[in-house]
Design a protein around this ligand. Structure first.
Ligand code: SAM
Length: 295
């Protein structure tokens, strides 16, 4: 077994705590990078079963095995629900895979990506080319290193879609203040008419109450709020997302309409998202629906 500080030993095991009382253990083949930035501990490891992974503060952010499930589910439901997304803002998204998915949309003219940690970007660029696939060099991408909240407070720019691909809201962590009513109110203000925002919203198994709290916070600000989830093997859990919309409702789209929009608007292949999956994503079980509705 190894602790966070001890991640340089190879041929050993990595423990990831899901809660203080439960964890999973993964075999490590190689450690490619291990260090501490101004904001977080960063490791690039190669797991025996899931391949290369970005690990921040001991939490697996994505693995080459199934990052497409997470990133396609985060990006496409909101993008497809919008008739013509041209300007997109990403807050966080260090690996570059969220930008990669956004850039598949032919309508997109500009993507602004704001991540707080220059080192995470540099390390992802060097070690995770499978994830960004050149997105950092795309001329439509404008990369800004800075705090997403500060950017939103100071910039007057408007966007069609805002994607919050941030680390989980841990007290004292760098993303904590980007899951609040005040922050979502500013986000709404930075969206054009018809605009939508989407945020990753933690595990709907290990952190169900956090997921519900994020949903209710978004729902208190936006006229339309929709929660959804899907199973991500690397997280050993179903993973939640929440959309806040100024009016357009992603749930009203039929699978046929979604497939037709994918065909007409997206360059390149998707490996996960399609019309039928859209319906599955937004089909939450009764106990989660009851919690979201505060019953
Ligand atoms: N896939 C993810 C997960 O499992 O939660 C999130 C991925 S992404 C790597 C998270 C990014 O959010 C990191 O690159 C981190 O530097 C960035 N981040 C954290 N707090 C931030 C803030 N306040 N402003 C901008 N970026 C931030």
């Amino acid at each position: 077994m190894m602790s966070l500080e001890d991640m340089s030993r190879e041929g050993t095991w990595f423990i990831e705590f899901n809660t203080p009382f439960s964890y999973h253990i993964r075999g490590i083949k190689r450690v490619l990078y291990n260090g501490v930035t101004k904001y977080q501990r960063v490791a690039i490891v190669e797991f025996e079963d899931l391949g290369k992974a970005l690990v921040l503060d001991g939490k697996t952010q994505s693995t080459v095995y199934d990052e497409f499930i997470y990133h396609e589910s985060l990006v496409h439901p909101a993008m497809i629900a919008h008739p013509n997304p041209r300007r997109v803002l990403i807050l966080g998204g260090g690996e570059g895979a969220t930008a990669r998915e956004v850039l598949k949309h032919r309508s997109v003219e500009e993507v602004v990506m704001v991540d707080i940690d220059d080192d995470v970007i540099k390390i992802s660029r060097d070690y995770l080319p499978e994830m960004h696939q050149g997105a950092f060099d795309n001329p439509k991408l404008r990369l800004i290193i800075g705090d997403g909240r500060k950017f939103i407070e100071e910039s007057k720019d408007k966007f069609d879609i805002i994607i919050l691909d941030l680390t989980d809201p841990l007290e004292g962590g760098p993303s904590y203040l980007l899951y609040t009513v005040e922050f979502y109110t500013m986000i709404k203000d930075r969206l054009n008419d018809n605009g939508l925002m989407v945020t990753q919203a933690t595990s709907t198994f290990y952190a169900l109450y956090t997921f519900a709290a994020i949903y209710r916070t978004v729902a208190s600000v936006f006229p339309v709020a929709r929660a959804y989830h899907t199973y991500v093997p690397s997280f050993d859990s179903t993973w939640g997302f929440v959309i806040g919309s100024k009016g357009l409702d992603p749930v009203s789209l039929t699978p046929e309409e979604i497939d037709s929009r994918i065909k007409n608007r997206i360059n390149g292949e998707l490996r996960y998202y399609e019309g039928d999956i859209h319906r599955v994503l937004f089909t939450l079980p009764r106990h989660i629906r009851a919690l979201l509705e505060n019953k």
